[in-house]
Design a protein around this ligand. Structure first.
Ligand SMILES: *Cc1c(COP(=O)(O)O)cnc(C)c1O
Length: 396
């Protein structure tokens, strides 16, 4: 069934070393400066990054943290989420979104997703709310905004705080209908960025994310000076003054080296984002031209604002076989995510069964992420689509 094709162009799933190489002079100089300074955790490089990040995202504050997971965890801790509380999350997301809830002794309450965007279904969200709901975490999955205005409307009516999981969506934005929704200094009037809509937004700078560090890092965005102050304490074990602890926090600090490198990379993020968008458009065009749409695959649907294509995710017939076929051809595709969270072994005690969230379960069977990064060439994209066409017997 699987044919060998020696002339096939390999398409790696990522190109992190290539991304570094393009800026290596600048990045290495910055690394040397931080190394020579002796200031390795928090400090002036972190403050400079936080200022640049807040400006880019259009929020008053950005708090640099150790990872995206810790950003979500610290945000929940700032809201004092704990045992007896419920936090509503989509069941189709990276594990961290729900893992942080459970780690605090609270209960993750899962919710189904919209079939078009893979993001939280707001009607399902409304049904999932109870008097114990302490927070809601919508995820802007794959780089596209969830229906955040609808989520906020539902949440605000009941005074439930919302934390955006914007780990995959830095730079995603839309024009808002209600400028009074937030008091943040928006970078352009009417335009709001992922992570800046709700009371807090969590970002991840894991190396594979659109803005990636050379290790782990994350941040929380907020317009609220009180939350900013709490988060700054939480990241140093809840201490305002060294060795005096107001709350129980953790070591959620960001390294100076990561902050310094991220400050440089942030200047290139808009260019990289536009390159991702151009490559996404080309994939869709190539898939359509190959006659694969809609019988065999369905390209992503964009419903809200600017999708930043952290992933370019298609729905595919016989997905597992296709993924295996592409891997044989050295095309690095991926499945995000093969098992929704309500069916994970670690959440067995929550009592869910297959069929509880059918839209998410169908997505888990059908989604396939094609390689997408700024450096991806047209030849590589053609090789990916030729591989898909070949699998479905459409190709030459
Ligand atoms: C990556 C990611 C996280 C966690 O970020 P880390 O920096 O890896 O801890 C959380 N949520 C989503 C949706 C993510 O994609």
């Amino acid at each position: 069934m699987i044919e060998e094709n020696e002339t096939n162009t390999p398409v790696p799933p990522l190109n992190l070393a290539g991304n570094f190489a393009a800026l290596s002079g600048e990045l290495m100089a910055e690394l040397a400066e931080v190394a020579a300074s002796g200031y390795y955790v928090l400090g002036p490089k972190v403050a400079a990054f936080e200022a640049a990040l807040a400006k880019y995202c259009g929020t008053r504050y950005a708090i640099g943290l150790s990872s995206g997971t810790d950003a979500l965890l610290a945000a929940l801790m700032a809201l004092e989420v704990g045992p007896g509380d419920e936090v509503v999350v989509p069941t189709f997301t990276f594990f961290a979104t729900a893992g942080v809830v459970a780690r605090l002794g609270a209960r993750p309450v899962f919710c189904d997703i919209e079939p078009e965007t893979f993001n939280i279904d707001v009607r399902a969200l409304e049904r999932a709310l109870t008097p114990r709901t302490k927070a809601i975490i919508p995820v802007h999955l794959y780089g596209q905004l969830a229906d955040i205005e609808a989520v906020l409307e539902i949440a605000n009516r009941r005074n439930i705080p919302v934390i955006e999981d914007a780990a995959q969506a830095i730079g995603a934005h839309c024009d808002i209908n209600s400028p009074e929704a937030s008091a943040g200094p928006a970078p352009q009037s009417g335009r709001k960025m992922a992570g800046s809509f709700a009371c807090m937004g969590a970002l991840s700078f894991y190396p594979t994310k659109n803005l990636g560090a050379l290790g782990d890092a994350g941040a929380v965005l907020t317009d609220d000076s009180r939350l900013d102050e709490i988060l700054r304490k939480l990241r140093v074990h809840g201490s305002g003054h060294t060795y005096y602890h107001d709350r129980i926090g953790g070591n959620f600090r960001i390294d100076a080296i990561q902050a310094a490198l991220l400050t440089i990379k942030l200047k290139h993020l808009e260019t990289w984002t536009e390159q991702r968008i151009a490559r996404a458009a080309r994939y869709t065009q190539l898939l359509e031209a190959a006659g694969l749409v809609p019988e065999h695959v369905r390209p992503p649907t964009v419903l809200r604002g600017r999708h930043v294509y952290h992933q370019y995710v298609i729905r595919a017939q016989r997905r597992d076989e296709l993924a295996e076929f592409l891997k044989q051809r050295k095309i690095g595709c991926g499945v995000y995510y093969p098992l929704p969270l309500h069916l994970q072994t670690c959440f067995k005690h929550l009592g869910h069964k297959p069929g509880d969230f059918p839209v998410a379960e169908a997505a888990a069977r059908e989604v396939l992420a094609l390689p997408i990064y700024p450096e991806l060439t047209e030849q590589q994209q053609r090789a990916v689509v030729e591989g898909i066409a070949k699998f479905y017997g459409q190709g030459a």
